[in-house]
Ligand binder design. Structure first.
Ligand SMILES: Cc1cc2nc3c(=O)[nH]c(=O)nc-3n(C[C@H](O)[C@H](O)[C@H](O)COP(=O)(O)O)c2cc1C
Ligand SMILES: CCCCCCC(=O)C(=O)O
Length: 383
């Protein structure tokens, strides 16, 4: 890993530096492609950021903003900031310390971290590291060898996460099959060392990152890829196993948001999986107003996808999100500087958010409403 000489002051700096660092490492360009890619023609990937750029602020002045506070609660747990780290796979391809460095970076200021099923570090190793921050565990529902839901595997993972002290389960619901992505479709990613070192699969043989496409001949007890037959019933089944709040990640449609409430989910995570699933999906920030309108204050709403500045965080809060999560920016921090890089990416976002709040006339998250967003009469808007 080469040293970063330029001072990195915004997330774009981190993105460029991360790309540069990886370009000089063995397998680096392929790793970069895996992390940065979107599905298909990458339209949603671009749209996620563009949709934030289209929103403009309309500020209030002469408000006493000498004291500002970003604290909030997530599922009843106090966090110092509404910015968390979204689950992403295989962090040891970014940095030798992998997810351990990511969680340390998050914990420096107490940000929420969501650990992926497809992490390179076991959920127990992250939990027992005595690193103090709010931790949630992300779950995929897998196939068994007979193409049924691998319930034994899911239930084992859920019990392990609960026993280890995770405070919520994030069930990813936007990946019944893998999106149209080049590096997995061509199987290239499986050649990168550590890509398939997936200790959360513990006793069972883990599927590869491209397993859902290639198929597998594992024994009946082993998960062999994602199960595409999962429906809303899965929530009541999970509730027979765990008392942890269940958050559904990957909702975009207001009717699905209503169904999430009806089926007893505790949180809705608005996401198009960072543009990695179906290309041309709308941006999460554009889905947020319709979902807020549909569910009002009945459930906590989270959002990810294209959050690249503290102003983006304020825009999401203004439209009704309780918190936002970043995926790729945490990976850029990890590549550039391990735990310090992750911590600094989060600090940049916090500082930018703090400035945006001051310049808009806000002192706390409760005060932020869509009044700070400009509705341009030239364009139709669903704000
Ligand atoms: C390299 C990579 C791996 C990911 N792995 C997972 C995963 O294991 N589980 C999951 O629910 N989402 C996964 N995601 C999606 C993220 O949780 C998140 O939805 C997305 O990255 C947000 O967009 P952003 O990268 O623009 O912040 C992954 C995203 C990336 C970029
Ligand atoms: C077989 C599915 C692997 C998905 C692992 C990580 C992920 O969600 C991603 O977007 O990549």
């Amino acid at each position: 890993m080469g040293p970063v000489t330029k001072k990195l002051t915004c997330l774009k700096d981190y993105e460029e530096a991360a790309r540069e660092i990886l370009s000089r490492r063995p397998h680096g360009p392929l790793i970069w492609q895996y992390y940065s890619q979107g599905a298909g023609d990458q339209r949603s990937l671009k749209e996620n950021e563009d949709a934030f750029k289209r929103l403009q602020f309309l500020p209030r002045i002469l408000v006493d903003v000498s004291k500002r506070d970003q604290r909030t609660t997530l599922q009843g747990q106090l966090v110092p900031s509404p910015i968390g780290i979204a689950p992403s796979s295989v962090h040891k391809m970014a940095h030798p310390m992998g997810e351990l460095a990511t969680v340390k970076g998050a914990a420096k200021h107490g940000h929420c971290l969501v650990l992926s099923t497809y992490a390179n570090t076991s959920l127990e190793d992250i939990a027992s590291s005595s690193i103090d921050c709010l931790k949630w565990f992300q779950l995929y529902i897998m196939n068994d060898a007979n193409s049924n839901i691998a319930r034994g595997f899911a239930s084992d993972l859920i019990k392990r996460a609960e026993a280890a002290g995770y405070k919520a389960l994030v069930l990813t619901v936007d990946l019944p099959v893998l999106g149209n992505r080049r590096v997995e479709r061509e199987g290239d990613i499986d050649n990168v060392p550590l890509a398939n070192d997936l200790p959360n699969f513990a006793k069972v043989k883990s599927p590869t990152l491209s397993a859902s496409l290639i198929g597998s001949e594992e024994s009946a007890s082993s998960p062999t890829g994602l199960n595409p037959s999962v429906t809303w019933d899965i929530i009541s089944w999970m509730k027979t196993i765990t008392r942890l709040p269940i958050i559904l990640k990957g909702i975009l449609h207001p009717e699905d948001a209503k169904l999430a409430v009806k089926h007893g989910a505790s949180g809705i995570w608005i996401s198009n999986h960072g543009g990695r699933q179906l290309d041309s999906l709308l941006a999460p920030i554009d889905a947020l107003p319709g979902i807020k309108e549909a569910v009002k204050d009945d459930i906590e709403l989270y959002l990810d996808g294209g959050v690249r500045s503290g102003s983006d965080v304020v825009k999401a809060i203004a439209l009704g999100a309780r918190a936002v999560f970043v995926g790729r920016p945490a990976l850029w921090g990890l590549i550039c500087g391990g735990e310090d890089g992750v911590a600094n990416v989060l600090k940049i976002l916090r500082d930018e958010m703090d400035t945006a709040m001051a310049l808009l006339g806000y002192t706390s998250l409760e005060e932020i409403t869509k009044d700070c967003l400009f509705r341009n009469p030239m364009f139709k808007s669903n704000l």
